[in-house]
Design a protein around this ligand. Structure first.
Ligand code: ZN
Length: 166
């Protein structure tokens, strides 16, 4: 997927938000609601539960709004659905995310969706490893800290063991 908007669009959104702060707050609330709904839907999928109807309704509403704002645009050598500041206004990012989320959910290999085992993490990730046994969102952060904790626990258990008397 190519970027749906660039820095010029973001500058225009900033100016729009500055001129209409109440509309910007309302757009932010719609965006936050979509994020929360996506989190709940994916959390349900990872736990093999049915996603809550209220969250599906939020995503569906965002999807429909995105669909109304979408337009076919010609790019060099191709035509595709795209969003613009002119049509989406302050909801530009929300529209692009809603569309991407629906496409993700439709093609999601749900048996590969995992919740990170890292302490205080809980991030969801797609396990694309060959053996399908990845446990952490990122080995460099959660994976290494889990290994370090296990190592320290092992050392600590060893030091508590009674030492043989001479
Ligand atoms: Zn993690």
């Amino acid at each position: 997927m190519t970027a749906q908007f660039g820095s010029a669009d973001l500058d225009r959104l900033r100016k729009l938000a500055h001129r209409a702060p109440r509309a910007a707050r309302a757009a932010l609330l719609r965006s936050t609601a979509l994020r929360e709904a996506l989190g709940a839907i994916l959390a349900a999928i990872v736990e093999e539960a049915t996603p809550p109807a209220v969250d599906l309704a939020t995503l569906d509403q965002a999807r429909r709004a995105a669909g109304r704002a979408a337009a076919l645009r010609a790019f060099a050598g191709e035509v595709r659905v795209a969003w613009s500041v002119e049509r989406s206004g302050l909801d530009l990012i929300t529209h692009v995310v809603a569309d991407a989320a629906v496409r993700l959910l439709e093609s999601l290999p749900s048996h590969r969706l995992r919740r990170c085992d890292g302490r205080d993490c809980g991030w969801l990730f797609l396990d694309t490893s060959k053996n399908g046994r990845r446990r952490w969102c990122d080995m460099a952060t959660c994976g290494n800290s889990a290994k370090a904790r296990r190592h320290l626990a092992k050392l600590s258990a060893r030091s508590r063991r009674p030492r043989p008397r001479p």
